[in-house]
Design a binder for this molecule. Structure first.
Ligand SMILES: C[S@@+](CC[C@H](N)C(=O)[O-])C[C@H]1O[C@@H](n2cnc3c(N)ncnc32)[C@H](O)[C@@H]1O
Length: 269
């Protein structure tokens, strides 16, 4: 298991309560991605990095799937998934890297919302994700594309300051997400016969600049807080917030423009 995936499985990594603080904002891309799917009868679906499973169950009902499997490697995120198990819906604890190796050609639809940005090496892993689909099957993937935003770059910058640098042994998170056109090219090379690739900017009005800290605490910063010793977590978050407000200015409200890449495609039948 790579360090990044290990870190995401630890207690101070994913926290469903923190993640859900921006419930509506985080759900809209999921709904938009679902809107790209071409509905077919009796689909066999996998949702990679399904989180709590609530949206997996929603997806299952919305597209009238025959069966839907939610896969995630975080115990914390999967803890409540039992509540969403139902006819045709089940969950499995697995790492995406292991799962793609074991289930080639098994699904009519391969779905993943806001998870693949946690898996590095997209040149290699995205083709494997596509191979989970049967011939003629569909893929629908969404990833944030905000690596150039101050909120994103700052996390690595603070991680490079002491005492965090030593505690993290020099580790910083490298975002594997590429440009929308890079994915279009990859889908083409992988032999997809139809595709829709779009970059969409989601407009979020946060109560203040500090709202960004709450936002990234539920996602990006988990990579750092899960690796830091407990007594350095609060100092790291405070330092991040201090520099963030210095760079962006304190604003009430704060407009957070959040770009995301949505990919849909169909494999050759
Ligand atoms: C931002 S959450 C998205 C959850 C859900 N898909 C949604 O749209 O609300 C990312 C999820 O991906 C999972 N994840 C990240 N890397 C993973 C990996 N390598 N294998 C399995 N799950 C992973 C995390 O545990 C987390 O639950």
């Amino acid at each position: 298991m790579m360090p990044e995936q290990e870190a995401q499985s630890t207690g101070r990594g994913w926290n469903p309560v923190q993640y859900d603080r921006f419930r509506d904002e985080r759900r809209q891309p999921f709904y938009d991605l679902t809107g790209l799917i071409q509905r077919e009868r009796g689909m066999h679906v996998v949702d990679l990095g399904c989180g709590t499973g609530e949206l997996t169950a929603w997806l299952h009902r919305e597209i009238g799937a025959a069966d839907t499997l939610g896969v995630d490697h975080s115990d914390a995120m999967l803890a409540d998934s039992a509540a969403f198990v139902g006819p045709g819906v089940r969950f499995e604890k697995a790492d995406i890297l292991d799962f793609v190796r074991a289930h080639r050609g098994a699904f009519d639809l391969v779905f993943s919302n806001a998870a693949l940005q946690w898996v590095t090496g997209h040149e290699t892993i995205i083709p494997k994700v596509l191979e989970l689909a049967k011939p003629g099957g569909q893929v629908a993937l969404q990833m944030p594309s905000n690596l150039n935003h101050t909120s994103h770059r700052l996390a690595a910058e603070i991680a490079g300051e002491e005492p965090f640098r030593t505690a993290l042994d020099g580790w910083v998170r490298h975002d594997p997400v590429q440009t929308a056109e890079w994915y279009a090219d990859l889908l083409h090379r992988a032999g997809l016969i139809e595709m829709r690739v779009r970059l969409e900017v989601y407009p979020h009005l946060l109560t203040s600049t500090r709202g960004i800290v709450e936002w990234v605490k539920g996602s990006l910063l988990t990579a750092y807080t899960s690796r830091l010793p407990a007594d350095l977590v609060e100092p790291f978050l405070k330092r991040y917030e201090q520099v963030l407000v210095e760079r962006l200015g304190y604003r009430e409200p704060f407009f957070y423009a959040f770009p995301r890449i949505l990919l849909w495609g169909r494999l050759l039948g």
